[in-house]
Structures are given as structure tokens and as C-alpha cells.
Design a protein. Structure first.
Length: 279
């Protein structure tokens, strides 16, 4: 019975807390906390109002006479005020209630939260096991898509289902051009795919830096020859500067912004870097 309720998203003793997309919110974010700077900075975060909404669930006894579970995912997206509100509950947790905090970057959680949790790490599976599983799932070019997913097989499978491979190849072909024009890069990019563009460009620049510094390709082994041609004349400082710019852009992907303008700026920046390298 519990399994059927859980699969139907109707288990009375389970609560999932996750970021709410801005278009899915029926009301403005809670800005009553003094550490909430603005609604803009809350987009893509778990808000203090979501943590406070757990109060009724935590005070009512279990419906099925078992334990109650609160899953917070990803916990590293807790807004500072939400983390503070959660801390009070973790300090005096209700009986027969377990809190599971899932985070890709646990270091982003406040130390006070981490100190009250038992940490359990889930390392990536060995590459050969991941490749065998992806092959069994019918995924072609498993080695390439696994590398693009940071060697996480579940993410790789999700990328494959979303048509990632064809989009990546089209974009990488433009990046691989010796004097790729920013006009072509920007024109070929859908503003709605800005997160994907940043990810692909970050991985491409990472490979350029990696080739320059250690002669290795991590994310794009099928473009090793083109990357090597670019990396042979690469300026490490310029590539590092561009990488930092991409990191900054990635931090604001979920904020209200002009996606087209960001894409054009990144395309111009990359084209200038490559042109200077090969001039």
C-alpha cells in the first residue's frame, strides 16, 4: 500500500521540498525575513515559506503508524532564511520523523545545518559499469554522453532522452571552427536553452584548459583533434578569464534576465578569445 501511495505522489507521511519554478508560483516569495534581499534572488531557491509550510505535517501524527519522511532536494538550494528556519526543527526534531537532505554541493549548506546531519556519500560508479548500464538502456555513443554528464549515468540517460546529443554536436561544430563568428553562434542558439549553452561552453573551455595544462580531454573526446588545434595556440590566462565569466553567468541563469543578450555576450567573448589565439 505504501509503495502505491508513494508512486501516486499521495503518501500522507511523505513530503518533498524542492525549488518552485517562478512560473509555477501562485504568490510572491516570502520576503518577511530580514536576510531575504529581494524576490529576484529567491528565484530557483527553496524559500522560507516552504519550510514553514511543513509545520502542520510535522505536528500531526503519522497516518500509517510508521515514520514520517521529509525529503529536501536539492538542499544546497535552501535560501539562507529557509536554512535558518529548518535549523530550529533539526535541533529539536519531531519523534519518528526523518529528514533527508540531498545535495550535489553539500559545502554550500550552512555549517550549522551540516553539523546536525549524518553525511552519507554516494560516489560515482566505475566507468565500465556505467557504460554497460547505458548500453543496456539502448543509449548510443554512451562513452560521449557519459563524459558530458560528468560520468553520472542517470544524468547521462536523462540527457539522451532530451535530444542532447544532436544539440551538442551542432553547437560544438560551431565552437570548433577556427574563427567561429559570434553571429553564427548567437543565431544558432535558442534563448530558452541558455543553461545548456553555458554548460556546453564551460565543458569546451575546460577541455581547452585541460589540454593546455595536462594534455587531457574530459568532456569532448570525440572533438579531441579540433580542441588540440585550438589549445596549441591557447593563452591560459584568456581561457581562465572566459571560464570565470561563464561561472558568473551560470550563477544567474535562473534570475530574470535578457537571455539573448547573455548568449551574444558569451559568443562574442569566445570568438574574440579564439581569434586572438590563432591570429
Amino acid at each position: 500500500m505504501s509503495c502505491r501511495l508513494f508512486m501516486a505522489d499521495s503518501h500522507p507521511d511523505f513530503r518533498l521540498v524542492e525549488p518552485i519554478p517562478s512560473e509555477g508560483r501562485s504568490e510572491a516569495p516570502d520576503t518577511s525575513a530580514t536576510d531575504t534581499p529581494s524576490a529576484k534572488s529567491d528565484v530557483g531557491s527553496i524559500l522560507v515559506s516552504q519550510v514553514r509550510d511543513l509545520a502542520d505535517f510535522l505536528t500531526v501524527a503519522s497516518h500509517l503508524a510508521g515514520a514520517k519522511i521529509v525529503l529536501i532536494q536539492p538542499a544546497d538550494r535552501l535560501h539562507l532564511s529557509a536554512a535558518s528556519a529548518l535549523l530550529k526543527t533539526l535541533e529539536e526534531p519531531p519523534t519518528r520523523t526523518a529528514f533527508i537532505l540531498v545535495a550535489d554541493r553539500p559545502q554550500r549548506l550552512p555549517a550549522t545545518i551540516r553539523s546536525r546531519c549524518f553525511r552519507l556519500d554516494f560516489p560515482l560508479p566505475p566507468r565500465d559499469i556505467a557504460l554497460n548500464w547505458l548500453a543496456a538502456e539502448g543509449i548510443e555513443n554512451a562513452d560521449i554522453i557519459l563524459a558530458q554528464a560528468g560520468f553520472a549515468p542517470l544524468i547521462a540517460a536523462e540527457l539522451d532522452r532530451n535530444g542532447f546529443s544532436s544539440k551538442r554536436r551542432s553547437f560544438n561544430d560551431l565552437l570548433a571552427a577556427p574563427h567561429g563568428g559570434h553571429v553564427d553562434l548567437a543565431a544558432a542558439t535558442d534563448p530558452r536553452e541558455l543553461p545548456l549553452v553555458c554548460q556546453l561552453l564551460q565543458r569546451w573551455c575546460y577541455d581547452l584548459l585541460s589540454l593546455k595544462l595536462s594534455n587531457r580531454v574530459r568532456y569532448n573526446p570525440d572533438y579531441a583533434e579540433q580542441l588540440r588545434t585550438l589549445a596549441d595556440n591557447a593563452d591560459v590566462h584568456q581561457l581562465a578569464s572566459l571560464t570565470n565569466e561563464l561561472v558568473t553567468a551560470a550563477r544567474s541563469l535562473e534570475h530574470p534576465l535578457n537571455a539573448r543578450l547573455v548568449i551574444e555576450q558569451l559568443a562574442i567573448r569566445y570568438t574574440r578569445t579564439i581569434s586572438q589565439q590563432l591570429s
